[in-house]
Design a binder for this molecule. Structure first.
Ligand SMILES: O=c1ccn([C@@H]2O[C@H](COP(=O)(O)OP(=O)(O)O[C@H]3O[C@H](CO)[C@@H](O)[C@H](O)[C@H]3O)[C@@H](O)[C@H]2O)c(=O)[nH]1
Length: 453
């Protein structure tokens, strides 16, 4: 598969330095490679050093965020980091593009994570295509976009937030940066900044699929005509099985611990899988409530508690028992696709959300930070594949609230309906990336345009 001039199309894929961002970018890259595109994956030097199991089929380059030995010093403000990153990142990304040209593989397109909008200027400077990749979900992006166009403000003054094509949102459904805006506006500003130049991007790609949120996607395509959904960006073996040997994302920041033998011994649908993702630390009090809630539910559970969080576990809590196993990291997709798993207690990070939808696993939604509350709203009220426990005035989910949700999901009629809905979503996700499906067609359209067809 070649361009009109006979050469393979070459895309630089610029991933933001975080597990939840590099995973989907690598997965999308594999789909591009499947369509005959040459991919060079790029991330920051410091983050790159922490990654293992890099896919051998891709070239790998690094840029500088200005902190090649890490972001030491608690005092470093996000706004300062972003400013330095934009400046050093633009410079070193330009060097990568130049290096590729010198080595005989000129770059045709930069696909950049929307968290780094300055990368579009680099693409423009070289006269190549700039494609923005939105790692988060479209309703969340739409919320931030409405701040960008001045239709929504922080701090929130209204009780209910009305945004076209989205359900009514309460404060608890909004991205957390609205609620923390007064203490620290930098996060919301960074997320809104994603949309500062988006109308100039040649393409806007989003890690979602059309059938999951048609209304908001149709609305978005009207304002950005080159907006396309290309997800779920998760390994093909867990979806359409169209890509050979594609069983893992490819890079890992943390080492997985063995848990498959333990799962193999458990009855079908009997295990609660619990994970709060790769980033957010939980309050010790919250970890204690989860621990006792799981233990007292009487159910089997497999819980990922990252090494940095382990000291917060209650001293009397058994990490490896007949009913429960705690690991520091696991292959989440293998776990979610295991028939023993009956429910996912999740923080609702966007990748975990898409993985749950794609594998048909119902959820107990326990959002903590960033986009997670809006994802939880969709999981519970729009896709109807989960339940959200109440939290108290300290925003802690008490053990009783968790136990009630577990009981409801595993035993009630509502739980059975939720399971049926989860399977419907799973089938839609598989169809979207299969031949002729909405995301598959969009990927082919994108690649053909790069090839000049
Ligand atoms: O034991 C584990 C736990 C997680 N994962 C993987 O790690 C990724 C986690 O991604 P995500 O669910 O998105 O959570 P975070 O890592 O917390 O992601 C951050 O980035 C996402 C994209 O911006 C946001 O949606 C989240 O809110 C934000 O916390 C997923 O692919 C999981 O499969 C594993 O492989 N093993």
């Amino acid at each position: 598969m070649e361009k009109e001039n006979g050469k393979a199309v070459h895309c630089v894929v610029l991933a933001y330095p975080a597990q939840g961002h590099i995973n989907p970018m690598i997965q999308f890259s594999k789909r591009l490679q499947h369509e005959g595109v040459k991919v060079t994956l790029v991330t920051t030097l410091f983050y790159g050093k922490s990654l293992e199991n890099f896919p051998p089929s891709m070239s790998f380059e690094t840029i500088s965020d200005g902190f090649d030995n890490g972001r030491h010093g608690e005092g470093l403000k996000l706004s300062v980091y972003n400013e330095v990153f934009a400046q050093r990142g633009s410079q070193t990304l330009s060097e990568v593009v130049e290096k590729c040209a010198i080595s005989g593989y000129p770059v045709d397109c930069i696909i950049y994570d929307s968290f780094m909008p300055w990368a579009l200027d680099v693409a423009k400077k070289f006269g190549i295509v700039g494609a923005c990749y939105l790692t988060q979900n479209m309703p969340v992006n739409s919320v931030y976009y409405h701040v960008h166009i001045g239709k929504l403000r922080a701090p929130l003054t209204e009780d209910e937030i009305l945004i076209p094509m989205l359900p009514k949102l309460q404060h608890r459904d909004m991205p957390s940066f609205f609620l923390s805006y007064q203490e620290d506006p930098a996060f919301l500003e960074m997320l809104v900044e994603q949309f500062s130049n988006i109308h100039e991007a040649d393409w806007v790609l989003c890690n979602a699929f059309y059938e999951m949120e048609k209304e908001v996607i149709d609305w978005t395509t009207k304002i950005w005509p080159k907006f396309r959904t290309i997800g779920p960006s998760i390994p093909s073996m867990f979806l359409d099985k169209g890509l050979k040997d594609d069983e893992e994302y490819g890079v890992t920041q943390f080492k997985s611990e063995e848990c498959m033998d333990w799962l193999d011994k458990k009855a079908k649908g009997s295990v609660l899988y619990v994970s709060f993702g790769s980033l957010v630390p939980l309050e010790e009090e919250q970890i204690r409530e989860v621990a006792y809630g799981l233990r007292d539910s009487g159910r089997n559970f497999l819980w990922v508690v990252r090494a940095s969080e382990e000291a917060k576990l209650p001293k009397d809590f058994a990490k490896n028992s007949e009913k429960g196993l705690v690991v520091t990291w696991c292959s989440q997709l293998k776990v979610l696709s295991h028939e023993a798993v009956g429910c996912f207690v999740t923080h609702c990070g966007w990748n975990s959300t898409l993985e749950a939808l794609s594998l048909g696993v119902p959820v107990i939604a326990v959002p903590q930070w960033s986009d997670q509350a809006t994802n939880a709203k969709y999981l519970v009220d729009v896709w109807k594949v989960g339940i959200r426990p109440v939290v108290d005035e300290k925003k802690i989910m008490r053990k009783e609230a968790l136990e009630d949700c577990i009981k409801e999901l595993m035993e009630s009629d509502k739980g059975r309906e939720i399971r049926i809905n989860a399977l419907k979503l799973k089938n839609l996700a598989i169809e979207a990336v299969s031949e002729g499906g909405s995301s598959n067609k969009n990927i082919i359209e994108f690649v053909n345009a790069l090839k000049g067809y």
